[in-house]
Every structure is written in structure tokens, then in C-alpha cells.
Design a protein around this ligand. Sequence first.
Ligand SMILES: C[S@@+](CC[C@H](N)C(=O)[O-])C[C@H]1O[C@@H](n2cnc3c(N)ncnc32)[C@H](O)[C@@H]1O
Length: 206
Amino acid sequence: MGNVKKYWARQFGNPTGVGGKIAAFIMNRMNKEMYRSVVASAPQNGRILDVGFGNGALLKRLSRATDADLFGIDISDDMVDLAAKRNRKAVENGKLTLAKGSADNIVFDGQFDFVYTVNTVYFWQNLEEGLAAIKDKLSDGGKFINVVYTKEWLDKLSYTRYGFAKYAPDELVAAVVKIGLKAEIIEINRGKSFCVCATRADGDKV
Ligand SMILES: C[S@@+](CC[C@H](N)C(=O)[O-])C[C@H]1O[C@@H](n2cnc3c(N)ncnc32)[C@H](O)[C@@H]1O
């Protein structure tokens, strides 16, 4: 049983093959409220980056909801392929650019006005390095939102015992403040999910 749970935990952290497709589909069903809160926070224009886009369902929503130039990175080759298929038109039109990459290796040039990540920090090798790399890519006034489930809620899912780093809201806020961003917590669903919303404001002393 432990091996089955480890298998699914791996599929959420780095989805591959058929299991990866199934895990990504499950995420789409589970994360709808989170997706809505990202769409509501996104700017209408400028450059937007999704870190760890999975099968690209949220990017598809954003391509319909905004006129922004969209970019995405994910560590999984299979998710890069799947998201490209799902967003074929946007990719062909040059509205969306996808690449293999990670939070601490953002492979695109230039700055972003809005960077978000949904349910990926549990899997990052190093939280601080990933956040610092994102900060470097934010324009002055740019916004970063990190959307996650609470530790209490994740603890109810037994497979999250394997390979998930679970963070308290204060820990995630402290991590972004440490690298010089202003941050606040916004609750999405009480006791279940929240986001840490951070802004880069070079003009201010943080
Ligand atoms: C739980 S899924 C979430 C997918 C998507 N954000 C969503 O909410 O539907 C985690 C995704 O993050 C990717 N990922 C894991 N670690 C990453 C990292 N360090 N940098 C970028 N992507 C990462 C995985 O490949 C996977 O596609």
C-alpha cells in the first residue's frame, strides 16, 4: 500500500506517462477554487508566468480571460507536451510559450508582471532559491502569488506523507519577506487553502 501511495505522490510532484495524465486531471478537479483566485488576481495585460503548470488547464483559462502574454515552465517533459496540446492555438499564435524549467531555473529572458504557482512549492528542492529566482524575474511592482493547501488539509491525504514539504502560512510569508518582497496571506477556503501574495517594490525600503 505504501508503494501505491508513493507512486501517486510522485505523480503529483513530477507527473509522467498515463499516471501523470490522471494525476493532472485530478488536480484540475480539486483545484478549481484556486484557479479562480489566480484568474481574479491576474492582470489583463503584460507578461504572466506560471511556474509548474501541470497539464496547462489554468493557462488555458488565462488565455481566454486576459490579453497578457503567457509563459510557463514545468520540470516534467510530459506535462510540457500535454499542456502544449491542450493550448495548441495559443502556442501557435505566440500568446503562450512553454518550456521545461524549474522555479530555480526560469529559462525565459525579461521580467514578468505577474508570476504565480499553484500547488508546487511542496516539491521544490529549495524554497528560498526558488523564491529568489522568481523575485529576480519580477518587474518593479510585479506580483507573485503562491497558492497552496494548508498543512492540516494535506495531512488528511495519506499520500502526502511521501515527498511533500508542507508549510504553515507564516513560514511561506517569512520566506518571501526574507528575500525582500512585501507579502500578505489571502484565504481561499478557510482551513483548506490560501495564497501568499507578494509584491516587488524596488522603490520602497522593505
Ligand atoms: C501538483 S501539480 C500542480 C499542477 C498545476 N499547477 C495545477 O494546479 O493544476 C505540481 C506541478 O509542479 C511541477 N513541479 C514540481 N516541482 C517543480 C519545480 N521545482 N519547478 C517547476 N515545476 C515544478 C510538476 O511537474 C507538476 O506539474
